[in-house]
Design a protein around this ligand. Structure first.
Ligand SMILES: *Cc1c(COP(=O)(O)O)cnc(C)c1O
Length: 965
């Protein structure tokens, strides 16, 4: 009898188990796929694709992988090094209570967080309704007619307000006036943004002294905060009239919760209103992510930056949401774009809007009145303790004169587990919020009381108290009167409203989203779990550094690993989207040039195939964009690049390339390209959005890049969130490290570039996602992910080659991690466009690949490593079946203007109506593949009429959804 032989434990333990969970392709699949693409091994395939000249010299020095449970445990230990104190700091970040129904069903729900930006309107109606609720909420609270669907943070929103004012007003001045009692981080970011644009920022001591600067008459815009960072509520009404007389715009940074009680800026003729929505249910998260907002007067709406959801109609005449106007404007207007914002803060905007839907106008007002009442009581008590506050009026924040006792009181508070605002000379700031209780007020008094002093006795706790809001600035107008804000106040109702909206949408939890350049890969649940841990979520970004040790360690480790992945020497995680990383990186180059006596260099060469954010960022950085050509193979035209380098040699600042290219090809001459630019004294910016084809295989910092940004929301697994949040780290070679963005407001040194985000660590609270990914994958897992991503793209290209040719490939016929399918010839033979195919894919249950970028009339497919072979095959079958349908049009079986492609997507209502006079069956419309009969996603609306929507811009009012009526 054979005894079962004991296996060595090493075979039973599997610290790398996550790798096979993240990567959808197993060994058998891989062997099959390799045979289809004609490679003997994965190694051979990669060697044949990645140019030898750029292959990594060494493996990444990243710790070997650990299991999901072990990684969570390690991260928990790191999180425990953050000290969670009760925050009374304010300064733009407040405690908030995320309603459980929103926390679980949106923030923790992949149906919401794995969705893509709603470019394909028909399969994005749910999140666009949530976003139009957001826009409506902002319009109603600010009193403005138009608001966009989110900004990156309050400080960058203020900077965008400045440039929006600059392009919209009559004044030709280059001076922007800013009240000194705006949040310091807002002022800092405005200063960073103003400099390269040649805008002079003039600061007044406070909003009250702005009229003195305005009297000089030389300004195009003015910014004040309402309430001010000190807590004071200034009467800003006279500023609007004066600004308009001077041909300038009044921008107001306003707190939305305060606006439930304050006369909104729109009622006193402000031109632009901006702010944050963090306290509407998003935890402070050490500074982000949160949705900021930007609203403007009607005349400015066509140059409003960011995305704007509007209402149009579908082919059946039904009201339908879609992204309006400037949505893709960087791709169209390039260096003339109004802003570089691409990824914004959709998920946090959805959460803020749902917070407003759930609480309704009465609920919001009750919260605000409670906060205002506690503030008044707190002040009353402070006065009996002998303190003076320096405010004129108050909503939730006060500045207390503490003189010599300042440090003592702040320390006492800290010992008791509370942070006061301490970076004010001889004063302490105290801000209250939704989470404040009576106990907190008593606790606060105890910090200020002298030993032995009797504590205030306040009858107001029972009786109520008049708030400190100035009588003539109290709001009298209604807001949020639309039914959507007055219906879903029970948890059952709210749960179903959220579910109803998510059911309308197609996210990664239903099918692959093969979007080229966007890298929609697995966002693993264990990566997502830590983001709501209180040790990460309930942290104020301007808390004392010693309380943020867990975040400091997270920052350090992640930067070390990303340096390994990219070959760069230094990284800043401050930029909160790829576009912001681009902008920061270009500023770093400029700062280095200036420090080296080359400040006159201002030309930025950008190939015509570049992503639209590249030229838009270059313009914002004050660089002059010169476009260089691409050759017939889609590669950078080296001859043209050489000629332009020579032509602009003494003024060349940099070139911005994407690698592998946006055409999905590893260009073999990239090293020569970098050397050429360097020989002319320029620096090389490598757009890192395509790092999913490089990690572990080649490193831009090694092959000649000087600066890159990464998109952690692409390559490093932060979910797309329906259009944000993102993280766009800026990575640089050694000599540029000293110039990386600093953050004076947070007490971090500024040597080269000042703050580019409101918070020093940008969207800090989502960094655990990328940390978990790297920790569980380890160096070999990360490299394998890259290689499988490349294999999968080549597999799709090979499987579809007889149906849709791949437009660009390297000499041996291979692509990188994505492939561009050329559909342009079909237009000629069948009248079918790439857009028709994109819409028809919805009937098959898929989100379309990237449509018409970078080449019009094409689809760019990026499968990523996370999809299984079965899912790749499902997509391939759909694409082939659609090609067969096109053949029937080519043959004349179906007319060119009356076929399932032109009528796609098919709604249930359109198929089940009484009349049916089309040349194809209802079944062909709905179930082109038999498998769809079991699981079917029904697009809720038919094809959207974009032209109608742009002509009849209608963005700030919610048509009642079917459900709400
Ligand atoms: C996504 C992308 C960007 C912009 O990144 P955001 O995070 O959306 O701002 C820039 N370049 C390329 C090639 C991209 O794919």
């Amino acid at each position: 009898m054979l005894m079962p032989s004991a296996k060595p434990l090493g075979e039973l333990e599997n610290p790398a188990e996550f790798i096979a969970r993240h990567i959808g392709i197993d060994e058998a699949d891989e062997a099959h796929m390799l045979s289809v693409v004609g490679s003997a091994s994965r190694r051979a395939l990669i060697d044949g694709i990645v140019p030898r000249s750029i292959a990594r010299s060494s493996a990444m020095a990243i710790p070997t992988p650990v299991t999901e449970a072990a990684a969570l445990k390690q991260l928990k230990a790191m999180a425990a090094k953050n000290q969670v104190l009760k925050s009374f700091i304010g300064q733009g970040y407040y405690g908030t209570l995320t309603p459980g129904v929103i926390l679980r069903n949106i923030l923790e729900n992949p149906a919401w967080y794995t969705a893509y930006t709603p470019y394909q309107a028909e399969i994005s109606q749910g999140r666009m309704e949530a976003l139009i609720n957001f826009q409506t909420m902002v319009c109603d609270l600010t009193g403005m007619p138009v608001a966009n669907a989110s900004m990156l943070d309050e400080a960058t929103a203020a900077a965008e307000a400045m440039t929006l004012a600059k392009r919209s007003v009559k004044s030709k001045s280059h001076v922007f006036l800013v009240a000194g009692d705006c949040h310091p981080q807002t002022i800092e970011v405005i200063q960073t943004r103003a400099k390269p644009l040649g805008i002079t920022v003039k600061l007044s001591t406070a909003a009250t002294t702005l009229p003195m600067l305005m009297a000089e008459g030389d300004y195009f815009g003015v910014l004040a905060q309402y309430p001010a960072t000190t807590g004071s509520i200034h009467d800003l009404r006279p500023l609007a009239g004066q600004a308009h007389v001077d041909g300038a715009a009044l921008c107001v940074a306003a707190d939305l919760l305060a606006l439930t009680l304050l006369t909104p800026p729109g009622e006193w003729d402000a031109d632009i209103v901006l702010g944050n929505t963090q306290r509407f249910g998003m935890p402070m998260g050490n500074g982000g992510p949160h949705a900021a907002y930007l609203a403007c007067r009607d005349e400015f709406k066509r140059s409003l930056p960011g995305r704007l959801v509007g209402v149009s109609v579908d082919t059946h005449g039904q009201p339908t949401y879609r992204l309006a106007l400037q949505t893709r404007e960087q791709h169209i207007r390039r260096e003339k774009a109004t802003s570089n914002i691409c990824t914004a803060q959709v998920l946090p905007a959805v959460i803020a809007s749902m917070y407003a839907v759930y609480h309704g106008p009465q609920g919001l007002k009750r919260i605000a009145e409670r906060v205002a009442a506690y503030t008044a009581i707190f002040v009353q008590g402070l006065k009996t303790l002998g303190y003076q506050i320096t405010n004129t009026g108050a909503f939730d924040s006060v500045t207390v004169k503490t003189g010599d006792a300042t440090n003592l009181i702040a320390d006492r508070a800290r010992l008791a587990g509370a942070n006061l605002r301490f970076r004010l000379k001889n004063h302490l700031g105290v801000s209250l919020d939704e989470t404040t209780s009576r106990k907190d007020i008593e606790l606060l008094w105890s910090f200020f009381a002298q030993p032995g002093q009797t504590m205030p006795v306040v009858s107001a706790f029972e009786k109520g108290i008049e708030s400190l809001i100035p009588a003539d600035l109290r709001r009298s107008s209604d807001f949020m009167t639309h039914p959507v804000f007055n219906t879903h106040h029970s948890e059952t109702g709210m749960l179903r409203y959220i579910r109803m909206l998510s059911d309308k949408d197609l996210a990664l939890d239903r099918s692959m989203i093969p979007l080229g350049s966007c890298t929609m890969k697995l966002n693993a649940t264990s990566e997502m779990i830590p983001i709501t841990w209180p040790e990460f979520a309930n942290i104020h970004p301007f808390a004392p550094h010693e309380q943020l040790q867990g975040y400091a360690e997270l920052d350090k480790q992640l930067r070390d690993w990303l340096c390994q992945a990219t070959g760069y020497a230094g990284i800043s995680l401050q930029p909160n989207a790829g576009s912001q990383g681009e902008y920061a990186g270009l500023l770093v180059i400029k700062a280095w040039m200036e420090a080296n006596g080359q400040g006159h260099r201002n030309i930025c060469l950008i190939p015509s195939s570049a992503h639209g954010t590249n030229p838009a960022s270059a313009q914002m950085a004050g660089l002059t964009v010169v476009v260089t050509a691409c050759d017939a193979q889609g590669n950078v035209d080296m001859a043209d690049l050489k000629a332009k380098c020579e032509q602009h040699s003494d003024r060349l600042a940099c070139v911005m390339i994407t690698y592998p290219s946006t055409h999905g090809v590893f260009e073999t001459q990239v090293k020569e390209l970098c050397a050429l630019v360097h020989s002319h004294g320029g620096r090389v910016y490598v757009d890192g959005a395509n790092m999913n084809a490089l990690v572990g295989v080649a490193a831009p910092g090694e092959f000649g890049g000087d600066v890159s940004h990464l998109n952690l929301h692409k390559t490093f697994c932060i979910p797309h969130g329906g259009g944000g949040p993102g993280v766009g780290p800026v990575c640089v070679v050694a000599d540029l490290v000293p110039f990386l963005p600093g953050h004076a407001t947070a007490g971090l040194p500024v040597n080269g570039v000042g703050a580019i985000s409101a918070a020093p660590l940008g969207n800090a609270a989502v960094l655990p996602i990328s940390w978990m990914y790297c920790r569980m994958m380890g160096p070999e897992g990360l490299q394998q992910a890259t290689e499988v991503a490349i294999l999968s793209a080549n597999y799709i290209s090979a499987r579809l080659k007889d149906h849709y040719p791949t437009l660009y490939a390297s000499a041996n016929g291979h692509v990188a991690h994505e492939c561009i399918l050329d559909l342009r010839p079909l237009k000629e033979t069948s009248g079918v466009t790439a857009e028709d195919v994109a819409k028809r894919l919805m009937d098959y249950g898929f989100h379309a690949p990237t449509l018409s970028f970078p080449v019009p009339g094409t689809l760019m497919v990026e499968p990523t490593e996370s999809e299984t072979l079965a899912e790749l095959e499902r997509f391939i079958h759909a694409m082939i079946a659609i090609r067969e349908e096109i053949r029937l049009v080519e043959k004349g079986t179906w007319p060119q203007d009356n076929n399932p492609l032109k009528h796609a997507p098919h709604t249930a209502a359109s198929l089940l109506g009484a009349d049916w006079d089309r040349p194809y069956s209802r079944e062909t419309g709905a179930f082109p593949l038999a498998t769809l009969k079991q699981v079917k996603y029904w697009p809720p609306v038919g094809r959207v009429d974009n032209v109608y929507g742009d002509r009849n811009l209608f963005c700030s009012c919610v048509p009642v959804s079917d459900y709400a009526t």
